[in-house]
Design a protein around this ligand. Structure first.
Ligand SMILES: NC(=O)c1ccc[n+]([C@@H]2O[C@H](COP(=O)([O-])OP(=O)(O)OC[C@H]3O[C@@H](n4cnc5c(N)ncnc54)[C@H](OP(=O)(O)O)[C@@H]3O)[C@@H](O)[C@H]2O)c1
Length: 323
């Protein structure tokens, strides 16, 4: 496992981290297997975990608290998220800041999360949605300053809405945001245009999420893939998206170099960008933990392959099924 600085937080985080959404929100999860996958990740050098209150209403935070408790001698960095009070994803410009992140709401959930994680101070607390129109809300500044000054959190971050990587750049300039979480993968390359240069200039940590496009870049899905109705992926990989995705994945399979797999290429693509501090694939299966952490050891992709992968960029806009 290689390590990178998470921007100005100074945290030395494994470049392959673990995202916990699937463990508490997707069908096919088994808590014992998930905890086993987390322990294996820690044993292989993983020290950064991304959770959120919304992943099972505290269940995911609680699992992270449990695994940290089982590993008292390891420095494990916890990152969680405050859910939007109006329970709407993504944030829309028409929503009022006060209806989404009022101080009462933020402090109530920060406290709930602290208890589930079993910590006094959360290493990184993120807002789970964001709209840049809220940047100058006085309560935004007051809340983040109070969270930090009062020792509730060490650092503050924003998780940007799906396929809106530039809807957060204004907030980055306030000095309040230490880390940004954004979708970045072989398909979704747009963060490279404007967001990453700003992060590099301001030394803001970048968490690249959804490195496998919710699983399609794992290479195991087909036109016949179906998910249970109560699994969010049934919506995402529905009739509008699944056929287009499979077509693109099949094109990518043709250019995977000998000796490499599609998921390895996808992970190494993400980690090839110097603005990226860490990536947080969902990995509930021990085999996925092993494969992904090994991909980190193999380092960046060569320039020729990166140039080829540029051609696979997919320009996408938020859809009714995408969040
Ligand atoms: N709004 C937000 O803030 C937001 C939204 C989405 C995601 N996130 C965060 O980002 C994390 C990652 O995103 P994600 O989990 O949605 O999607 P993802 O990481 O792109 O894909 C996860 C899927 O890929 C599979 N996988 C992992 N490694 C693999 C490998 N080597 N080969 C084949 N398949 C592999 C996983 O299987 P198994 O799980 O079965 O091992 C899982 O089905 C989340 O867990 C969450 O922490 C945040």
């Amino acid at each position: 496992m290689k390590y990178r600085k998470l921007g100005r937080t100074g945290f030395e985080v494994g470049e392959m981290a673990q995202g916990l959404w699937g463990m508490s929100g997707w069908s096919g999860s088994n808590d014992q297997e998930s905890l086993g996958a987390m322990q294996l990740a820690i044993d292989m050098g993983c020290n950064f975990f991304d959770t959120a209150w919304a992943y099972g209403e505290g269940k995911s935070d609680s699992m992270l608290g449990e695994i940290m408790h089982r590993n008292p001698k390891k420095r494990i960095y916890d990152a969680s998220k405050i859910p939007p009070a109006n329970d709407r994803w993504p944030a829309l410009p028409s929503y009022k800041y006060q209806d989404v992140f009022s101080p009462e709401h933020v402090f109530k959930y920060a406290d709930l999360i602290r208890k589930k994680l079993r910590v006094e101070s959360i290493d990184l607390l993120q807002f789970h949605v964001w709209d840049d129109g809220w940047t100058n809300e006085p309560d935004f500044r007051a809340t983040v300053e109070k969270l930090k000054d009062g020792g509730w959190i060490r650092y503050f971050g924003l998780s940007l809405n799906r396929w809106e990587p530039e809807n957060g750049i204004k907030a980055l300039h306030t000095g309040l945001v230490d880390v940004v979480q954004v979708i970045y993968n072989i398909f979704d390359q747009a963060p490279e245009d404007k967001l990453f240069p700003v992060c590099q200039e301001l030394n803001i940590g970048v968490i690249a999420r959804v490195p496998l496009d919710e699983g399609s870049l794992g290479g195991k899905m087909s036109l016949e893939t179906r998910f249970p109705k109560d699994d969010w992926r049934a919506l995402y990989f529905g009739p509008e998206n699944l056929p287009k995705t499979i077509e693109r994945v099949e094109k990518l399979k043709k250019i995977v170099p000998a000796g490499m797999t599609l998921p390895e290429m996808a992970m190494r693509f993400v980690l090839s960008h110097p603005a990226v501090s860490t990536t947080i694939p969902g990995m509930r299966k021990p085999d996925h933990v092993r494969q992904n952490i090994t991909a980190s050891d193999s380092g960046p992709l060569d320039k020729g392959l990166l140039a080829e992968l540029k051609k696979h960029r997919w320009h996408r806009k938020p859809q009714h099924w995408s969040d």
